[in-house]
Design a protein around this ligand. Sequence first.
Ligand code: PEP
Ligand code: MN
Length: 338
Amino acid sequence: MIIVLKQNATPEQINHICNKVKELGLTPQVSRGIEKTIIGVIGQEDKLRVQPLEAFPGVERVMSVMKPYKLASRDFKSEDTIFVMDNGVKVGGKQVVIMGGPCTVENKESLLRIAKEVKKSGATFLRGGAFKPRSSPYSFQGLGEEGLKYLREVADEVGLLVVTEVMDTRAVELVSKYADMLQIGARNMQNFDLLKEIGRTKKPTLLKRGLSATIKELLLSAEYLLSNGNFKVMLCERGIRTFETATRNTLDINAIPVLKEETHLPVLVDPSHGTGNYNYVTAVARAAVAAGADGIMVEVHDNPEEAASDGEQSLVPKRFDAMVKELRAIAHVLGREV
Ligand code: PEP
Ligand code: MN
């Protein structure tokens, strides 16, 4: 249920409506936009009878939300969500954010070398996994807390933000201590306990689309984060499973305009996992920015042959730099910035 308020609704009237909503055992979420203030009501919609609510002073309209995701929808918030990181970097809006770094944090020295390169090219986030979701239990699982420390130290030294994956509810507190943005990996998109836990932290969060998840399911997972109080959420298209085997995944370019229409949340694209092949990464990254992505996340390694994971889809720094230059040119055409 969405309650649209009149332009001249007073704070007293808004409070009165919120109190009524709470009395019914529902949760009101007030969103003050430039044009309109609205109240999103979370909980069983049928507890609210539409007719009486419209009689409340200050109420313009009451809308039943047909979409299963409410807070993530454009109906709830028509303007694009922009959130500001602690160092002032903006996510969403005019800016196209660039995230780069290795698939896995391997050691401090190589992380530092790669971080310096991606920073020089224009990245604002350093990516890298310390807890890795590997298909095989025998593959390298990541350095754990040691990897988180390297990420923090290197990012601080170079002047970057840290985005890194958290796979387990028990690790949320630990990863939050080191990361600026928590990443929920594709394999955990529907780990609902993890979503709730991360929702409660209110930390900036990157939610990746599941391997076989529909856009609706992605938005419902985002709804878990939002309904638990976390509105600093960025969605990520990272390729889905299709019948095609020429590439690791099929990057769903369509998802970008669809998501931009359905939700106010910023949309990131990961062409590394989307293609699985360094040769295709730049082309798909260009397409993503042209299609309206709010950012790009790319795996970078200065010695891909020896990478602990995903070397085949990692760009060497020189290629990453060339890619960012092209993305910048495309962004400018669209009135945006890299
Ligand atoms: C990653 O970005 O490190 C990763 C594992 O990606 P995904 O969850 O999309 O497979
Ligand atoms: Mn990877």
